[in-house]
Design a protein around this ligand. Structure first.
Ligand code: HEC
Length: 114
């Protein structure tokens, strides 16, 4: 009986628990990928202008935050199109650099407050 209970606990830990944490770990991974691939253009400008933050500051003239991480209006499909296709000064990001599932995680991170 004890062994069956132990086995049940193990099964719950391995198969059920990860399902609860899924969105969090997706966001966490998205933040890590963002920090690797996007932050050097879309980070804070405390050490001088960064192309992404600087351009978005001019584009929206303060009506929307210049920092992508502070936006609450970004549509998932818009992020996907801009990342894969580029936009003016923003270069394209290939699937060999940021995979589709990593891009899904970036999107989960950038839309976490919507
Ligand atoms: C080499 C610099 C650079 C990198 C790297 C970069 N961006 Fe950009 N990004 C820009 C610039 C510049 C713009 C502004 C384009 C414009 O003028 O409309 C921009 C715009 C955007 C926009 C459009 C926002 C809007 O409201 O118009 C999104 C979304 C975006 N970037 C997401 C990302 C993500 C996600 C990554 C990482 C995978 C990334 N960018 C990496 C430079 C960069």
């Amino acid at each position: 009986m004890k062994q069956i209970l132990r086995l049940l606990c193990l099964l719950v830990t391995v198969f059920v628990m990860p399902a609860f944490g899924q969105s969090d770990s997706s966001e966490e991974n998205g933040r890590a990928v963002f920090n690797e691939w996007c932050i050097h253009c879309h980070g804070e400008m405390d050490r001088g202008p960064l192309p992404g933050t600087f351009s978005l500051g001019i584009k929206y003239e303060g009506a929307l935050p210049a920092l992508l991480e502070e936006r609450t209006d970004l549509a998932p499909e818009f992020i996907r199109i801009v990342v894969r296709g580029g936009l003016f000064g923003m270069p394209i990001t290939r699937k060999t650099e940021v995979s589709d599932s990593e891009l899904d995680d970036i999107i989960a991170y950038l839309t976490r407050n919507q």
